[in-house]
Design a protein around this ligand. Structure first.
Ligand code: NAD
Ligand code: DAU
Length: 356
């Protein structure tokens, strides 16, 4: 990005943060600092050694270590992605979500504010803090309508409540202390390197193993799916060109004529059909789809109206759901060793939904 020399990414050992780090190392001259505590969902395999890259092994819950990391990184741009991200885990153990997403964001804001206030004029002028958030802060939609920047906040899970709290903190630091912030609220991401606890990687891996693929409730809940590389493009545009104090909604609907909104059953059937041609096993993979008990407080539908980021910053997703999913299934089939390695760090899934 123009003018940006030093970028501090938080959560760069995670799924989306890792994609941002790779893109900055490959597509810019920026020095990239990756602040990440290395939690259960972290992995650094995808990030190649580079003189312009440094990992800072820090937990945002530790305010002194966070301040020291910001001093070391001395950033012109902060992209804050670090968060506990999995809704089911937040239902079973909300405390970690408050510590990382709320207290962690507070600690980071304080450290960054102090850094920004001391920057020399030219750098002070161009500094940005970009907070990466979710459409889940807006709650649950009925069959019609879409979320946009003016939708009132209505979070319903401990995860989304913690993300909503962090959004409000960021906005308050802008209005009260003048910190130059930009916010983005994105829909469901999928693609390579996603930790196999989220719907799409779980379904692929269960299909490979010939094991039951868990479908919560009646399977008619709807999500708006966005390929992670398209999200990265939106993030870099918002971080560098977004209006100060503005928020942008980011979703998967594009010009490719194929809907990004899908029921969970549709997602699983599409994966199963791809698997039938890539790894036939004698019976259709759809037979593996197994209804399990529903997520408590399961939001019905998410859908994004991304007109603002399209009109103001010229962003649109490039990948249709079919293209993105095909690439994703192929990637997981080529990277089963990685899946095995990272999954062995967590036996969470089977325990929670009581799979046979
Ligand atoms: P992820 O779980 O794959 O990675 C999160 C990373 O943050 C991990 O490496 C973890 O170690 C790190 N982290 C968590 N708490 C930390 C702490 N206290 N200190 C330091 N590091 C910490 O998550 P993801 O799916 O890549 O999501 C990244 C961000 O994007 C999150 O803020 C999430 O809320 C948001 N988001 C995700 C999606 C999605 O579909 N995955 C959609 C919209 C927004
Ligand atoms: O909308 C953005 C959000 O998308 C992000 O903020 C979150 O960090 C991210 O985890 C994701 O949240 P979801 O709860 O929508 O994603 P998940 O993959 O957990 O579930 C997607 C849908 O699939 C949801 O309706 C629940 C359902 N589901 C999920 C799992 C894990 C199943 O039916 N079976 C499953 O095994």
């Amino acid at each position: 990005p123009e003018r940006v020399h030093r970028v501090l990414i938080t959560g760069g050992a995670g799924f989306i943060g890792g994609a941002v780090v790779r893109r900055l190392l490959e597509g810019s001259q920026a020095n990239v600092f990756n602040l990440d505590k290395l939690g259960y969902a972290s992995d650094l395999t995808s990030i190649r050694q580079n003189d312009r890259y440094k990992h800072l092994h820090v937990d945002l819950a530790d305010s002194a270590a966070t301040s020291a990391a910001v001093v070391t990184a001395d950033p012109d741009l902060v992209m804050h992605l670090a968060a506990e991200s999995h809704v089911d885990r937040s239902i079973d153990g909300p405390k970690a979500f408050i510590e990382s997403n709320v207290n962690g964001t507070f600690n980071l804001l304080q450290a960054v504010l102090s850094h920004w206030e001391k920057l020399p004029e030219e750098r002070h002028q161009h500094f940005r803090f970009h907070h990466i958030s979710t459409d889940e802060v807006f709650g649950s939609l009925g069959p019609i309508g879409r979320f946009s920047e003016i939708t009132p906040y209505d979070p319903r899970s401990p995860y989304s409540a913690s993300k909503a709290a962090s959004d409000h903190l960021v906005s308050a630091w802008h209005h009260t202390y003048g910190l130059p912030v930009v916010l983005t609220n994105c829909s469901n991401n999928y693609g390579p390197w996603q930790f196999p606890e989220k719907l799409i990687p779980i379904a692929i891996l269960k299909a490979v193993a010939g094991e039951p693929i868990p479908l919560y409730g009646d399977g008619t809940n709807i999500r708006d799916w966005l390929y992670v590389e398209d999200h990265v493009e939106a993030l870099l545009l918002a971080a560098t060109r977004g209006g100060l104090g503005e928020s942008y909604c980011v979703g998967g609907a594009g010009d490719h004529g194929s809907p990004s909104e899908r029921t969970n059953r549709d997602v699983l059937e599409t994966i199963c059909n791809l698997m039938d041609s890539l790894r036939p096993y004698g019976a259709p993979h759809t037979r593996l789809i197994t209804r399990v008990s529903d997520r408590p407080g399961h939001d019905r539908r998410y859908a994004i109206d991304a007109k603002k980021i399209t009109n103001d910053l010229g962003w649109k997703p490039r990948h249709s759901f079919e293209e993105g999913l095909e690439a994703t299934v192929a990637w997981y089939l080529d990277n089963l060793d990685w899946c095995q390695k990272v999954s062995s760090k967590s036996d969470y899934l089977g325990q929670r939904i009581g799979l046979p």
